[in-house]
Design a protein around this ligand. Structure first.
Ligand code: PPS
Length: 572
């Protein structure tokens, strides 16, 4: 890169002037509204503030096809990620092409208007294959695509009225143009950005130091606070951790800013996307590590991408990205020399002791309240993490029973509740199928839609209980695997989700017929009866499966308790 040409002039934004915004906001109140999802709000913010420059709105069909097929907009410009406005079929049908719609946040505030120029039903399987590398729901973005995103995409230019409001860490949030102005003011000509969705430990600090030195650049720590991988440490905790580490950097050459990006965990394509976003934020260099924005394992237990695929794709597109890659050296602690070194640069591997704590090992140590050594992290960071994540035996969790009607879910759940109350320490709530249908879901029937709604409500309450350190025991039929997975994700943000399949066969349930419902279902007097005239997806990987034929209730409940002990959720 020719740095003399490094251009920190403002980039285009999609906002109208303050005066026009006031007027437009009033006019927009009469338009058909779309309530944005959390991910769409993140996307819209970066569209409006120029973070997604050169995009001028949500992708048109032609742009979308180009992006999916070969990472290019219709005009040939590099853009690797579909930024699409997904909506329901009903909403899509309610509008006409050429119409303006209002885009509202979750409180109903109008953030922008969009002229709908395109409306189409995407081939989601194709998008999954091309963009994320596999049509496999184990990939968080593929799961989102199939199970959360609407069926229809709308495209068209956006007119920005106001930024989404953030009440947290306000001083740490900057638009691309604010960062550009800051760099201009400080006279920074070279800036290397560090993307992260994890707390920073010593190895990260070492590698960012080295990257800055190598590029002879200033450092921008640019963590994502929008949406990251389900199960990540929440951004409030992370930002407190970053602030604690920031003291260890030279203030005159390092700064930190929060990026409200919704990540897709798309590995190679994501790295290219991140680079473009950082170029828009005025950066000249970008750190790409091993397995950048990796989504974890696929459903066959293998990695979605090779560890250096992201670096390769980035390198191939570097000149167009406009932000030079600094590749991440995997840093390890060399005990004898008491310092971090890049693993590929160590010559005397056989004579020294290399120490490393993986993310999984760190989570285990936090969960079990074990020691985390000072060579690995900073005491201030560990303290913050422990504050958010007490050891597992003190955290909330959810036990989610699923199985046919009459399989024994409620009875086992009741027995488990009593056993947990005998132990004491945490409040226990039982969300039994029948109790929930009475108190939360009295208006619902047994269609797929209503069952899903019922389960999502249970999941919501259980996630709140889990978040607040209690134990939630749920015992619905929950026949649909995708819904159970969605509930799992909601809950795993706050604590463990223990799925217990009460595996009583349908024949046995019907033979027992404790409520006489199977008889009625056979006679057609109850429609859509699970196992008789309605589907049940057998859990594929439940934490536990219990047989109830020839096993008494106490023993079944005890099996669950043993499972909870083995997971460290209750003290042995
Ligand atoms: S679901 O699918 O998870 O929302 O079902 P759930 O809320 O657990 O409700 C299940 C109880 O409702 C009774 N019932 C039916 N079950 C299945 N299908 C149909 N059509 C139906 N109609 C009524 C049944 O007694 C279930 O009781 P449990 O507690 O499972 O034995």
């Amino acid at each position: 890169t020719n740095l003399m040409e490094h251009n920190l002039a403002p980039i285009p934004e999609l906002y109208v002037s303050h005066e026009s915004a006031l007027k437009l906001k009033v006019e927009a109140a009469d338009l058909t509204s779309h309530d944005l999802t959390p991910r769409q709000i993140c996307d819209l913010e970066l569209l409006m503030n120029g973070g997604f420059n050169p995009l001028k709105g949500f992708l048109s069909e032609e742009d979308y096809n180009g992006v999916v097929e070969n990472m290019r907009l219709a005009d040939g410009q590099l853009w690797p990620m579909p930024i699409t406005l997904d909506v329901s079929e009903d909403f899509a049908q309610s509008i006409e092409l050429g119409q303006d719609i209002a885009l509202r946040d979750q409180e109903g505030v109008i953030l922008a208007t969009m002229t709908v120029t395109d409306r189409w039903e995407p081939n989601k399987a194709r998008e999954a294959e091309k963009v994320f590398g596999a049509d496999d729901d184990a990939h968080p973005a593929v799961n989102y695509l199939h199970n959360q995103a609407g069926k229809i995409y709308l495209g068209g230019p956006v007119v920005g009225i106001q930024q989404p409001v953030h009440y947290d860490f306000r001083a740490r949030r900057d638009t691309p143009n604010e960062l550009r102005a800051y760099f201009r003011k400080l006279g920074w000509r070279k800036i290397v950005a560090f993307q992260t969705r994890n707390p920073l430990h010593r190895a990260h600090q070492e590698l960012t130091f080295r990257a800055a030195k190598e590029a002879q650049a200033n450092l921008l720590i640019h963590p994502v606070v929008g949406m990251t991988k389900p199960g990540d440490v929440d951004h409030f905790t992370r930002v407190r951790c970053y602030e604690a580490v920031l003291d260890k950097y030279p203030a005159s050459t390092t700064t930190m800013s929060l990026l409200n990006l919704a990540m897709r965990m798309a590995g190679p394509r994501e790295a290219v996307w991140h680079g473009l976003i950082r170029a828009n934020h005025g950066c000249t260099h970008f750190i790409v590590g091993r397995d950048h924005a990796g989504p974890g394992k696929n459903s066959a237990g293998e990695d979605f991408y090779g560890p250096y695929d992201a670096q390769e794709l980035y390198r191939a597109n570097q000149s167009e990205i406009g932000c030079e890659m600094v590749d991440f050296k995997h840093m390890v602690w060399v005990q004898e020399r008491a310092q971090y070194e890049a693993i590929d640069e160590i010559k005397d591997k056989d004579d020294i002791t290399i120490l490393n704590i993986s993310g999984t090992e760190l989570r285990r140590r936090l969960a079990e309240g074990l020691e985390i050594p000072e060579w690995f992290s900073f005491p201030e960071v560990v303290k913050e993490l422990r504050r958010t994540k007490p050891p597992r035996a003190k955290q909330g969790f959810t036990v989610f029973f699923t199985g046919f009607s009459g399989s024994g879910k409620s009875t086992i759940a009741n027995a488990l509740m009593v056993k947990l109350m005998e132990q004491g320490g945490r409040p226990v709530t039982l969300l039994d199928g029948d109790i929930v249908r009475k108190n939360l879901s009295s208006e619902l029937g047994f269609s797929k839609e209503h069952r899903d709604l019922n389960i999502r409500r249970i999941g919501y309450v259980a996630s709140e209980i889990t978040k607040n350190g209690g134990i939630a025991i749920c015992a619905p039929i929950a026949p649909y695997a995708t819904t159970r997975r969605a509930v799992r994700e909601d809950i795993e943000a706050f604590g463990a989700f223990v799925e217990v399949h009460v595996a009583t066969s349908i024949e046995e349930c019907e033979r027992r017929d404790r409520k006489g419902l199977y008889k009625l279902a056979r006679e057609g007097k109850i429609k859509e009866f699970t196992g008789i005239s309605d589907p049940y997806d057998v859990p594929v990987n439940p934490e536990l499966s219990v047989e109830t034929e020839n096993v008494d209730v106490d023993n079944c409940a005890h099996q669950v308790l043993l499972k909870l002990e083995s997971m460290g959720l209750v003290k042995a």
